[in-house]
Every structure is written in C-alpha cells, then in structure tokens.
Design a protein around this ligand. Sequence first.
Ligand code: GTP
Ligand code: MG
Length: 233
Amino acid sequence: MSIPHDPSSELIHFSEEFQYMLDEYFNIQCRYQAAIRQVQTKLEILNLEFETKHRRNPIHHMENRMKTLQSITEKLHRKKMEVSMASAVENLYDIAGVRVVCSYIQDVFEVAKLLSEQDDISVIRVNDYIHHPKANGYRSLHLVIEVPVFLAEGRTLVPVEVQIRTIAMDFWASLEHNLRYKADGIVPHDISDELRKTADDISAIDERMQSIHDRMAKLDLKTPRQLSLFDET
Ligand code: GTP
Ligand code: MG
C-alpha cells in the first residue's frame, strides 16, 4: 500500500527546520551581543582617554548591529556554504558588527592601532579600503577582531567586524548603499562612474580637513578646560 502524499508535510518539515535555526540564532545571539558591547566599551574608553589628553574626540559616533537571521542565511547561500548556525559561527566573521565614524582620516588609523594593540584582542583580518579603495570608490578600514566573552560555559572567542571610517566616507557609503539598494544592485555605468568621482572628491576634502586640523594643532591654542567640579547652584 502506498502512503498518500500529504502536500502539507513539506511545509511542516521546512517550518520545523526554520524553527530550529531560529532557536539556534537566539542561542548564539547572547555571545555576539556581548562581543559588540565589549568592543564598543573599549572604543568608548579610548575616546574618553583621548579626550582627556587632547581635548577632542577622535570618534564622532558609533553604530552596531547583529546580522539578522535572514541576512545570515542569504550570505551562506550566496557563498555556497551549509546553511546552519554552526556553519554561520564557523564561516561568517561579520555576525557582530561595529561601525566607528571618526572626525579625521588620521583618527581612523589611530583608533584602529589603539584597539588592535590591546592584548586580549587578536586581529584576524584587515581590509584597508582607504589606501586601496574599492573600484566603486568605497573607502573604509575594516578589521575583523576576536574578543573574549565570558559566559556560564566559560571563555569563548567571538569575531567582530569593525568598520572604521571618517564622517565624509560614511556620508558617501550610506548614500551609495541606499541608491544601490533602490536600484536592486543594478547601477548604469555612467552613474557608477559619477558616484566614483564623488568618492574621489570626498576623499580630497577629507585630506584638506586633515590638513586644516594639523595646521590648527600647530598653533597650539590653549582652550581652557571646563571646570565642572561643582554644581552651578
Ligand atoms: P560581504 O559578503 O558583503 O560581507 O563582503 P566581505 O565579507 O568580502 O567584506 P567587505 O569588506 O567587502 O564588506 C563588508 C561590509 O562593508 C559590507 O557588508 C558593507 O557594510 C560594507 N561595504 C563593502 N563594500 C561596500 C560598498 O561598495 N558600498 C557600501 N555602501 N558599503 C560597502
Ligand atoms: Mg563581510
């Protein structure tokens, strides 16, 4: 006797698999969120110390995100890798991401150096798209670092992708991303050429701003510290 085909069984099977991945995603979420916090705290401390010494902040602002389940599965598919959380943990280094937006180009490299030198961190990949911009004009310094996270089960090393760029580079990257996203990734040649030129112009402006900053720094103007030891009552 043949078993009657139940058209809903495939759906139930898929949904169980999906449910399993979702559970696994929530299981790993904790360590990636913890890693993001560790890195962000380290950067906040560097920023604070720099401010105390130099009376300005090299970090303008930071953003962070954990890759969504959808984007994890899409990336594994795209890279023709097994689609599972174990495979994601093994193969993807950008599940946790921190974006650091700095005021000046030199700040980007200073922040990267100070972070990389910390002895509980190992740098596992560096992509310097500032000295070697992408063909489309994209500029940014990408580090993949591993940070220790202490959980009930013990110490785990968790990779975090840190993207460090200037305000100007961030401005270009976020608009380019939106334009490309809206065009479904298909940008006509003349428009992509124009976009690359805007990236070059922005880079020239970044260098001029750096030079203005350096000239101002040489003047060695003594800005008085704000004395806020007492409440103004
Ligand atoms: P992915 O598969 O995209 O993660 O590439 P990858 O692992 O080779 O890393 P890559 O350093 O190329 O890019 C990682 C991230 O940098 C992306 O997810 C984006 O956030 C950013 N990025 C890289 N290239 C571009 C670009 O051309 N434009 C914009 N706006 N962002 C980019
Ligand atoms: Mg990546």
